[in-house]
Design a protein around this ligand. Structure first.
Ligand code: SAM
Ligand code: SF4
Length: 332
């Protein structure tokens, strides 16, 4: 264990922070941000870049070594590249990565790379333009495709493609996504549909488990397991189809009990620190920050949030309880 890393409950070492830098987005994915009835966080309630940088510096004093920028869509926030450059100057961070829907990636990829960011996750739930439009509410498949190609051209490695599998919506494309790894060096990751936010269309009928996904993919041939590096890979179970350039990852957010290995905290767009996606327990660190409380006090709150990180999401004991906050503010 890193001497500065802090143990949470279950002796897990927490060293990874996911930062939602905005709750705004240029897509309207059916499972995340409905077209109607979204209430956005007022701009002045969202952490400024300066505040985020300060909090990340303090978080490194609590053992955080890896930061993922997410949202909402990180690339829609003005000044993102300058922020990224400043973040990359925090020498205590060993890794910075980004999750994006790829719509603006073609435009920003070179600048992102210049900031030293080489790892990127791109969300893509369909390889069919018309279906992509139905799922995301925007007719921009081509832009995402161009963004992925640009990331590949610039040598991002790995390029992870995240696909949220939903029964009756896109599960008939699971094999097409898996086949992509035969020709492309992408890491295609299948993510279980999660009941997050007040109304996101989740239902047991729409849910397809990673076990079922794996069984489907096995139709294509033997899947060789790849040894996991939990620090870098997080909870994905990794496999490779024989002769494939890329790999396949399965993220069983609900069915796989990876809580005992979970090393992450989340900082919400409005500055609350949260230990688990599925628990609405949060600690507000923006208010003391804006009240100019001493850093030692804020570090104390961060350490408390890490110590109190829930042992497990408990979804299978309590049933598929939904977390109330939208994914966009928490940072998926
Ligand atoms: N806008 C960026 C994007 O879509 O990649 C970053 C934010 S998004 C909230 C982060 C990830 O969370 C995406 O891969 C998205 O597919 C995933 N996500 C959002 N809602 C989800 C849900 N209900 N179940 C599973 N994954 C979800
Ligand atoms: Fe936007 Fe990402 Fe949510 Fe889709 S999943 S609505 S792209 S934040």
């Amino acid at each position: 264990m890193n001497s500065e890393s802090l143990p949470a409950q279950n002796k897990r070492v927490v060293n990874y922070l996911r930062l939602s830098i905005t709750d705004r987005c240029n897509l309207r994915c059916i499972y995340c941000m409905p077209e109607e009835g979204i209430s956005f966080v007022p701009h002045d309630e969202i952490l400024s870049y300066e505040e985020m940088l300060h909090l990340v510096r303090l978080a490194t004093q609590c053992g955080i070594r890896k930061v993922r920028l997410t949202g909402g869509e990180p690339l829609v926030r003005k000044g993102f590249i300058d922020f990224l450059e400043n973040l990359s100057n925090i020498t205590e961070l060993k890794e910075i990565s980004l999750t994006t829907n790829g719509v603006l990636l073609k435009h920003f990829a070179a600048d992102i790379k210049k900031c030293g960011i080489g790892r990127i996750n791109i969300s893509l739930d369909s390889l069919r333009p018309e279906r992509f439009f139905k799922i995301t509410g925007r007719n921009v498949f081509k832009k995402v495709h161009e963004g992925i190609r640009e990331a590949e051209r610039l040598g991002f490695d790995p390029i992870k493609i995240n696909m949220v599998a939903m029964k009756g919506i896109n599960d008939d494309e699971i094999l097409d996504f898996a086949r992509l790894t035969l020709k492309k060096p992408y890491h295609v990751r299948f993510i279980e549909f999660m009941p997050v936010g007040k109304e996101n269309g989740w239902s047991p009928e729409r849910f397809i488990s990673t076990g079922e996904i794996l069984a489907k993919i096995q139709q294509l041939g033997d899947l060789q397991p790849i040894e996991q590096n939990t620090l870098l890979d997080g909870p994905a179970r990794r496999y490779r189809l024989e002769g494939a350039k890329g790999e396949i990852g399965l993220i069983g957010a609900l069915s796989d009990h990876f809580c005992d290995q979970c090393n992450r905290m989340r900082l919400t767009a409005e500055g609350h620190l949260r230990g688990c996606l599925f628990s609405d327990k949060e600690i507000d660190i923006k208010t003391p920050l804006r009240e100019k409380r001493p850093d030692s006090e804020i570090i104390g709150l961060m350490k408390l949030a890490i110590k109190n990180k829930p042992k497990s999401h408990g979804l299978f004991k309590s049933g598929p309880r939904k977390c109330v906050r939208p994914m966009t503010t928490i940072g998926g």
